[in-house]
Design a binder for this molecule. Structure first.
Ligand code: S3P
Length: 442
């Protein structure tokens, strides 16, 4: 997805990170607000929507299907405005394929959005997305009556033939995936009866929290969610809080850069997303949270983080991974600076993200002289509290936004510059990442 041919040189920040900031809107909540508004009858009002290439893929997709989007750029960089959904009339048959770029959330959730309608849509993605597993989504949707072509395809491009008479199902998901859960629940909104999804451990619950705002009868337990269909979704007002996954880079930079003390305001404190903070606390990090409000049922507040010279390793059990799945790369970098061993259990899902993040972590940490390895599906990192970063390192981001930001922290928080390939992949989730880091260190 990157156009950058030369590695970006990331210089050390001139001083500690200090003061307050906000981070852009939550990516998962932004995608959902756009897709659910497009499905609804009437005009929904959205505030604080993330403006990034992933979210733009969802906006373009719903426009192609007939939703009227009038979101405009605000002075704070977010998108705000209205989306008039297709409601009971349904989406229109698009005149060509829907291109989801790098966005797994767009492609997978879209399969649920399209499921109940009598249309045929070819879904495509970029090179990275075209390698990511899709059968996990098509399998339960096929049980509901949707057809896919090729039927057993694991990867995009895939053509979906929706089905007007969807069957409600009870599905025991083989993995804790909020994308899978959401695709099934969205199809369930139009199926006749109760659609239920059970997961082996807890995944992010933004869908269950947001669907009732659009008038869908939803019940959610620890590892289970249900919707009652068929329902016609109505419009809603959604204010998107800051993205904890973006805040994680600022938090980890502050922990590693001597003298730092930062506060990140208006950020989501949904516990299905803040597993990285609990892990950092267990590593001895000076981090705090304070809830200041809620947006619908989504809690938000302030995250504080201060430089912590003595961090120690810890073990993260498999059932906690979903609550920090996108933060494993940056947590691995923190673990590389900690005393002793850090173990992430059951992180096989990282192999199927925007890149093979397990392989990337092991190879990137090896460049730093840190021992990291996998055994089966577990990741091990032997930290080095007195880690000295060699000069002239160039990290390969593999066009993966979370790796680009993780490896850039080595340069930003250290004493020597580093190079990062395809750095502009940060546009996927946090386009102004570098500007915000520099502002905090001024
Ligand atoms: C997401 C769920 C997670 C996460 C991804 C966003 C979502 O993926 O890694 O960045 O918005 O539902 P999985 O559902 O594959 O675990």
């Amino acid at each position: 997805m990157s156009n950058e041919s030369e590695p970006r040189i990331i210089d050390p920040l001139p001083g500690p990170l200090d003061g307050s900031c906000v981070v852009p809107g939550d990516k998962s909540i932004s995608h959902r607000a756009i897709l659910f508004s497009a499905m609804a009858e009437g005009t929904s009002r959205l505030l604080g929507v993330l403006d990034s290439s992933d979210v733009r893929a969802s906006i373009k997709a719903v426009q192609k299907l007939g939703a009227k989007v009038s979101l405009e750029k605000q002075t704070d960089g977010s998108l705000a405005g209205g989306i008039e959904g297709w409601g009971a009339a349904g989406p229109k048959q698009p005149d060509g394929p829907i291109y989801c770029a790098n966005s797994g959330t767009t492609a997978r959730l879209l399969m649920g959005v399209l499921a109940p309608w009598d249309i045929t849509v070819r879904i495509e993605g970029d090179e990275s997305l075209s390698k990511r597993p899709m059968r996990r989504i098509t399998a339960p949707l096929m049980k509901m009556g949707v057809e896919f072509d090729p039927a057993g395809a694991e990867t995009l491009p895939i053509t979906e033939h929706g089905c007007k008479r969807l069957r409600a199902i009870k599905y025991d998901s083989p993995m804790a995936s909020a994308q899978l859960k959401t695709a099934v629940l969205l199809a369930g909104v139009y199926a006749d009866g109760v659609t239920e999804l059970n997961e082996p451990s807890v995944s992010r619950n933004h869908t269950e929290l947001m669907l009732p705002e659009y008038g869908v009868e939803t019940t959610a337990g620890e590892r289970t969610a249900r919707v009652l269909g068929p329902t016609q979704m109505h419009s809603a007002e959604i204010r998107v809080p800051g993205d904890p996954s973006s805040a994680a880079y600022i938090v980890c930079a502050a922990l590693l850069k001597p003298g730092s003390a930062v506060q990140i305001e208006n950020v989501s404190l949904n516990t299905a997303r803040t597993g990285f903070l609990m892990t950092l606390e267990r590593m001895g990090a000076d981090v705090t949270t304070r809830r200041t409000g809620s947006s619908g049922k989504e809690p938000f507040g302030i995250i504080g983080a201060c430089y912590t010279p003595r961090l120690h390793g810890c073990e993260i059990p498999g059932y906690k991974i979903a609550s920090l799945v996108d933060e494993v790369p940056v947590l691995s970098l923190v673990a590389a600076h900690a005393q002793g061993l850090t173990v992430f259990r059951n992180v096989e899902e990282l192999r199927a993200k925007e890149s093979d993040r397990l392989d990337a972590i092991v190879k990137g940490l090896a460049q730093l002289g840190v021992d990291a390895w996998t055994e089966g599906d577990d990741l091990f990192i032997e930290g080095q509290p007195d880690l000295q970063v060699p000069e002239g390192l160039v990290f390969d981001s593999r066009g993966d936004h979370r790796l680009a930001m993780t490896w850039s922290l080595v340069g930003l928080t250290g004493r020597v510059p580093v190079g990062v390939t395809s750095f502009d992949s940060v546009d996927v989730s946090y386009p102004d990442f570098l500007r915000d880091m520099k502002e905090l260190a001024r």
